[in-house]
Design a protein around this ligand. Structure first.
Ligand SMILES: [Zn+2]
Length: 283
């Protein structure tokens, strides 16, 4: 699933549409197979003639703001990606669900979503999107600079986390938004903390180290334009692949030797999500 870095990278590369007037937001024929898009074309027609004012990122969400009161909340889901296609080409990716045509841009923007977990959902106003629980309850932004370490220490100190394993807790977007399964594993390795450790057993010093590790890993991933590999076929809107997978130390590395100590990397399930770690370096 695209995490904070992939979503931020997408947001930055969608910059060419900012200030551009929408000709049409078209739902493709394929999209009509799915309830979330079915018979919604008329509502999307309301956006024609309005400009995209801003695209904001909140955790793993993109919030599309127009010079119109309605807002669109966009999530890339498991495999969603935005792709620019030159108007001269007229060739769209196979799993295109949404095509956005602009008045003054020589390319269309396509939302391609193979596994169809993505969202492109209209809200009546900015207030209504702010009150949508996953947005309202969202924790600190893992990509915030400087990383709000004090807030992180306060939030992780909450009693409902104390008896839980840190590997599961880190996926809670109410703690740090933008961390998913890949960067969770890499951050815990960076901080040398075992993912099965209960939060209550993690010292203040280790917690600080973890906060710094999260920030470092997410920014390193952003500089690499995210991670792209078989289970996460991420592409930027310009069709480029991410390169963060080249420096992953534990994610997807089951049974390969740890780069620091040579011990084989372990892979376990935590709340049905796979977690990779070095059993020697991470205690
Ligand atoms: Zn190791």
């Amino acid at each position: 699933m695209p995490e904070g870095p992939e979503v931020e990278c997408t947001k930055r590369l969608l910059k060419p549409v900012i200030g551009k007037k929408i000709r049409e937001i078209m739902l493709t024929e394929l999209s009509q197979k799915y309830k979330k898009y079915r018979n919604k074309q008329n509502i999307f027609n309301e956006f024609s003639g309005f400009k995209v004012k801003e695209i904001r990122r909140k955790g793993k969400f993109l919030i599309w703001i127009f010079d119109y009161e309605k807002i669109i909340l966009n999530h890339l889901g498991m495999s969603g990606k935005w792709i620019f296609v030159d108007d001269t080409k007229q060739e769209f990716p196979t799993h295109s669900k949404i095509i956005i045509l602009f008045e003054d841009l020589q390319k269309s923007l396509i939302f391609d979503d193979v596994r169809n977990f993505g969202q492109f959902r209209i809200f009546e106003s900015y207030d209504s999107v702010s009150n949508y629980p996953p947005i309202r309850r969202m924790g600190i932004d893992g990509l915030a600079l400087p990383f709000p370490i004090k807030d992180f220490l306060q939030k992780i100190d909450k009693s409902n986390y104390s008896n839980k394993e840190i590997g599961s807790v880190l996926l809670d977007q109410k703690l740090v938004a933008g961390v998913g399964n890949i960067y969770k594993a890499e951050s815990l390795y960076e901080a040398r903390i075992n993912p099965t450790k209960h939060v209550k057993d993690i010292t203040k010093k280790e917690r600080e180290k973890l906060g710094i590790a999260i920030s470092k890993i997410l920014h390193k991933a952003l500089s690499s334009q995210g991670s792209t590999f078989n289970i996460q076929p991420f592409q930027t809107p310009n069709g480029e692949e991410g390169t963060a997978q080249k420096w992953h130390k534990v994610y997807g590395k089951k049974d390969t030797p740890c780069q620091d100590c040579g011990t084989k990397i372990s892979n376990i399930k935590q709340n049905s999500r796979s977690t990779f770690f070095c059993p020697k370096c991470q205690i």
